[in-house]
Write a protein that binds this ligand. Structure first.
Ligand code: HPA
Length: 288
C-alpha cells in the first residue's frame, strides 16, 4: 500500500491508462537502459518520448548518467518501450516506486524485458568492459526484507509466490550468446548480486559475495526482474562490467573515483551493448 491507500498495481494501471491514451504503439519488448547506457535511446526509431516527470506516479531519477524518459517506438521492426534511465532504491524510493515503470511496460503489453546495468566484476576471470549475461541473481536487499512483491498481492498481475527457478529465460540467454557470436563479441555468463548501495562495497563484503557465488555486483535490476517475472514477463539481463572490485583493503588514503569509472566504461562500451541488443531484438522479431 502507498500513503494514498492505492496499491502499487492501481498506480501502475493509472500510468498505463495515461500512456495508452497517448501512444499509438503496443510495445511487446521492454528495455531498461542502465548507467551510461542511455545511448540505446538512439537505436529506437519513430520514438514517442515521455519524460518521467510527465507520467503519473513515475519516479524521477536523481543520479548523473541516468536520463529519465520513457521511449516508445520501433527497434529492428519490433514495437518496444525503453526506459532511458532508471531509479534506484538508494535514491530513497521504495521498492514499489523503483519497479513501477516495469509494471507499466508490462501493462502496456511487453512480454519480454531486457534489463541492462553497470556492475562490478567479482569473478577474477572478468575484465573491465566485459558483457555478462545474467544467469541467476542473489537478492541481498530481498533476503533482508526489501522486496517489491511484499504487501497485498493482486492475482490479476501474478501469483503470491512466484517461482524464480528460471528467472532469467534460458531461451533468451541462448539467443544473447548466439547474437554476440554473430557480432564477434564475447559474452560471459554469471550470477549478479544486488546490494542496496549507495556506497560501494567494502573488500570484506566483496569477499563474502565471492564466497557465495556472485560473479558481479550492482545496485539495481533485481527488483525490476522480480516484478517482471511476477507478471509472467520473460527476462534477459545484461551486465556491463565497468570495474573490477577490490577484494583486499588498499594501503592508500586517497578515495577512488568509481562512479566516474563506471560512466566512462559505459560510454566506451555502450555501442557494443547497443549492437548486441539490436541483434537480439532482430532475432526475436520472427518469434513475437
Ligand atoms: N559495486 C556496486 N555497484 C556497481 C559497481 C560496484 O563495484 N560497479 C558498477 N555498479
Amino acid at each position: 500500500m502507498c500513503a494514498s491507500g492505492a496499491t502499487p498495481f492501481r498506480l501502475a494501471e493509472e500510468a498505463v491508462e495515461w500512456l495508452r491514451a497517448r501512444v499509438r504503439r503496443r510495445p511487446v519488448v521492454a528495455i531498461v537502459a542502465g548507467s551510461g547506457l542511455g545511448g540505446l535511446v538512439h537505436a529506437v526509431s519513430e520514438a514517442e518520448r515521455f519524460p518521467y516527470a510527465d507520467i503519473p506516479h513515475f519516479p524521477v531519477s536523481t543520479v548523473a548518467g541516468h536520463a529519465g524518459e520513457l521511449i516508445v517506438g520501433s527497434l529492428a521492426g519490433v514495437e518496444v518501450c525503453l526506459m532511458g534511465g532508471r531509479v534506484h532504491f538508494y535514491e530513497g524510493y521504495t521498492m514499489h516506486q523503483v519497479t513501477l515503470p516495469v509494471r507499466v511496460m508490462a501493462g502496456l503489453g511487453a512480454r519480454i524485458c531486457i534489463v541492462t546495468n553497470a556492475a562490478g566484476g567479482i569473478n577474477p576471470d572478468f575484465a573491465v568492459g566485459d558483457i555478462m549475461v545474467i544467469r541467476d541473481h542473489i537478492n541481498l536487499p530481498g533476503l533482508a526484507g526489501h522486496n517489491p512483491l511484499r504487501g497485498p498481492n493482486d492475482e490479476r498481475w501474478g501469483p503470491r509466490f512466484p517461482d524464480l527457478s528460471n528467472a532469467y529465460s534460458p531461451t533468451l540467454r541462448r539467443l544473447a550468446r548466439q547474437s554476440a557470436g554473430a557480432l564477434g563479441l564475447t559474452v560471459r555468463e554469471g550470477v549478479y548480486a544486488m546490494v542496496a548501495g549507495p556506497n560501494y562495497e567494502t573488500p570484506a563484503e566483496l569477499r563474502l559475495l565471492r564466497l557465495v557465488g556472485a560473479d558481479a555486483v550492482g545496485m539495481s535490476t533485481v527488483p525490476e526482474v522480480l516484478v517482471a517475472r511476477h507478471a509472467g514477463v520473460r527476462v534477459l539481463g545484461l551486465s556491463l562490467i565497468t570495474n573490477k572490485v577490490i577484494l583486499e583493503p588498499r594501503e592508500d588514503d586517497a578515495p577512488l573515483e568509481l562512479h566516474q569509472e563506471v560512466l566512462d566504461v559505459g560510454a566506451r562500451r555502450a555501442d557494443d551493448v547497443r549492437r548486441l541488443i539490436v541483434e537480439i531484438v532482430t532475432r526475436l522479431a520472427p518469434t513475437l
